[in-house]
Design a protein. Structure first.
Length: 61
């Protein structure tokens, strides 16, 4: 999925109009048969925090 294309073709269509309030939600799911090690989980959580995501969770926590 190309987020730049989504912004260009969808989001900008809304934001070009006066009085339109746009909210974007992203749900990211990743699966691995071996799970995700602590270093990767920490990196993902830190990046999500910097990007101001509402939450970053891994199953089994």
């Amino acid at each position: 999925m190309d987020f730049a294309q989504i912004v260009d073709e969808i989001i900008e269509q809304f934001t070009a109009r006066v009085g339109v309030d746009v909210s974007i939600s992203i749900d990211i799911q990743a699966k691995s048969t071996t799970g995700f090690d602590e270093n990767l989980q920490r990196t993902i959580k830190e990046n999500c925090s910097v990007l101001k995501f509402g939450s970053a969770e891994f199953e089994g926590e």
